[in-house]
Ligand binder design. Structure first.
Ligand code: SAT
Ligand code: MN
Length: 589
């Protein structure tokens, strides 16, 4: 190889000299290659064939039972200066991290094949897209990367033209949690991941490249790499508004991205177009608007809860040519999880199903599937220049206080809303579930640099001439005193998006409050919805003492990022705290 691919070849040779695989295979991304990988994995037992009549081209993978989620406590950002990684990341000096990882990689691929996986994050002809190469000894990872990215020859050709790519070295190692680390070297655009074959730990194009490394690159180059879905809402007038929305893992991003409008809305001509369900790269265009691409080519979605009621589009998407990981199995070889008809015969570990062993499908079980199979896949999802954003939405699981929807009064307030995001933890990461954690912009596990610098970078988009999207915060997860959800969610979330669009188009006035603009009485269309008046009130009520405590907590939590916390953000928090104090005084008077 010559020219710009020589550096790639040198790095592949170095990695092979370290890991000492029996063979090196350069992936071309072809159908024939995918079929051959599947054939080998069926033979080795890494994949099981599913019922070919109900699920043609579908396979089941069971991961090691100790390897079922991202491992945030073993994930590091290794910058030369500790402060550049920030208190939001685990850190090691790069030399120490390399030494630690190289000792693990030493000879680890003996007898195995090392796959060279060139990939492109984003449409292959997009100026916003970025390439990488993952070296891995896991054929399961290769098969998933082929679905999740533009993998193979075209990506290699682009790398040959550009010369620049993110280097990712991965081995499943012994799948030993004691010998498992995910290390990022943003200054070198490189990643080393050892000891896990699961999702975000192992499919290095996803969280490692498209968020942690990309957020670093984005800061240097003037764009944003975010943990957001992208959805297009087509109104009965025929305009499509694109919305990017950040929610923590397993909070319904895939469901919102594939939303089915309620009956009446469908009749009126509303349509929803899916552009992405997890990651959004965005950059100001020549007209001052923010343009977004989905760097991924597939969905790695949470299976449990995906049902005909919650997300029929996702079910249709995974009806063929999909890889399932850690779901349960019916007696006739269909994948199964809570929300599907039928009954599990085998649990996610392959044991005959026994409720005493816990849920049949693992709570973080997943499907991997090409986005092109989605019935609502947007005809603009692969536009090289991306789609223009009308709104950015932040949200989390908040059982109390946070209203169904509120709008930021300007960009600075919007950045504070994002920075103040909190959510109850879910099964997408190891650790306790259901604990409130502050998760700014849903990037806590994924921001590849100091959160203080990250907030400043967000604020920097507020330039003269910028036509920035409006910023909103939503909470689909409010509960009543009995712990029941107050809002039906799913398709009915379109009612909230409709209000946002009316605000974007300047057609509704809203109601100004100290914490943001809420829908005024009767502005949210709730017809056809069985929502008791008490719930309606509760969802949009303003609990001033509760909010004052929240603002104090936000102020305190943000100080963790001092001295790099932008003063503009601190002043915004103080402005709202003061407005709440004034409202409390007025109420008392
Ligand atoms: O495991 S992944 O990081 O790919 C999924 C998620 O947590 O969002
Ligand atoms: Mn995610």
């Amino acid at each position: 190889m010559t020219g710009k691919l020589a550096a790639l070849e040198r790095w592949v040779n170095e990695a092979a000299a370290l890991a000492r695989p029996a063979r090196v295979h350069w992936c071309d991304g072809s159908d024939a290659e995918y079929r051959e990988l599947v054939r080998q994995m069926l033979a080795s037992g890494e994949l099981l064939g599913l019922n070919p009549d109900t699920h043609p081209g579908c396979y089941l993978h069971r991961s090691h039972p100790s390897d079922v989620a991202r491992v945030e406590h073993l994930t590091y950002v290794c910058t030369r200066e500790r402060d550049d990684a920030g208190p939001n990341n685990h850190w090691l000096p790069p030399a120490e991290a390399h030494a630690k990882m190289d000792a693990l990689f030493d000879g680890c691929m003996a007898g195995r094949t090392m796959y060279v996986v060139p990939y492109c994050m984003g449409p292959i002809d997009s100026p916003l897209a970025r390439c990488g190469v993952e070296l891995t000894d896991s054929p399961y990872v290769v098969a998933n990367m082929r679905i999740m990215t533009r993998m193979g020859e075209a990506a290699l050709a682009r790398i040959g033209r550009e010369g620049r790519f993110v280097k990712g070295l991965h081995s499943i190692g012994e799948l030993d949690p004691e010998r498992r680390f995910i290390m990022h070297f943003p200054e070198e655009l490189s990643i080393k991941s050892y000891g896990s074959g699961y999702g975000g730990n192992a499919l290095l194009g996803k969280k490692c490249h498209a968020l942690r490394i990309a957020s670093w690159q984005a800061r240097a180059e003037g764009w944003l790499a975010e943990h957001m879905l992208i959805v297009g809402i087509e109104t009965p007038r025929g305009d499509t508004h694109y919305i990017a929305a950040a929610f923590p893992s397993a909070c319904g991003k895939t469901n919102l991205a594939m939303l089915i409008p309620p009956e009446g809305y469908r009749r009126d001509g509303w349509k929803v177009w899916t552009v992405g369900d997890d990651i959004c790269w965005m950059r100001p265009g020549a007209d001052g608007r923010l343009y977004a691409i989905n760097p991924e080519a597939g969905f790695f979605g949470v299976a449990p809860g995906t049902s005909a009621a919650s997300n029929p589009n996702a079910l249709a998407t995974v009806a063929h040519d999909a890889i399932f990981t850690n779901v349960a199995l019916t007696a006739d070889g269909r994948p199964w999880w809570d929300g599907l008809p039928g009954a599990p015969a085998f649990d996610w570990q392959g044991r005959p199903y026994d409720p005493a062993n816990g849920p049949a499908a693992h709570p973080n079980s997943r499907f991997t599937v090409s986005a092109r199979q989605c019935p609502t896949w947007s005809p603009h999802a692969e536009d090289a220049l991306g789609v223009p954003l009308s709104a950015i939405v932040f949200g989390g699981r908040r059982p109390a206080l946070l209203p169904l929807v509120m709008e930021a009064r300007d960009w600075t307030h919007g950045v504070l809303m994002g920075a103040a995001m909190g959510s109850e933890t879910t099964a997408a990461a190891t650790g306790a579930v259901g604990v409130l954690r502050r998760d700014p912009m849903a990037m806590k596990p994924f921001c590849g640099y100091h959160y203080g610098d990250y907030f400043a970078h967000w604020l920097s988009f507020d330039q003269p001439g910028a036509k920035l999207p409006k910023v909103f915060h939503v909470n689909w997860f409010r509960k009543d005193a009995e712990g029941k959800y107050l809002w039906p969610g799913f398709g009915d979330n379109l009612r909230v998006l409709e209000w946002m669009i009316a605000r974007v188009e300047g057609r509704l006035r809203g109601r100004e409050t100290p914490v943001g603009i809420l829908p005024a009485a009767d502005e949210l269309k709730l017809d056809g919805l069985d929502l008791p008046p008490a719930a309606r009130h509760e969802l949009l009520a303003l609990d001033i003492p509760g909010w004052r405590a929240e603002l104090a907590a936000i102020g305190q939590d943000l100080e963790a990022y001092a001295p790099r916390l932008p003063d503009r953000l601190r002043r915004e928090q103080q402005r709202i705290a003061a407005a709440l104090a004034a409202a409390a005084a007025a109420q008392a008077a």
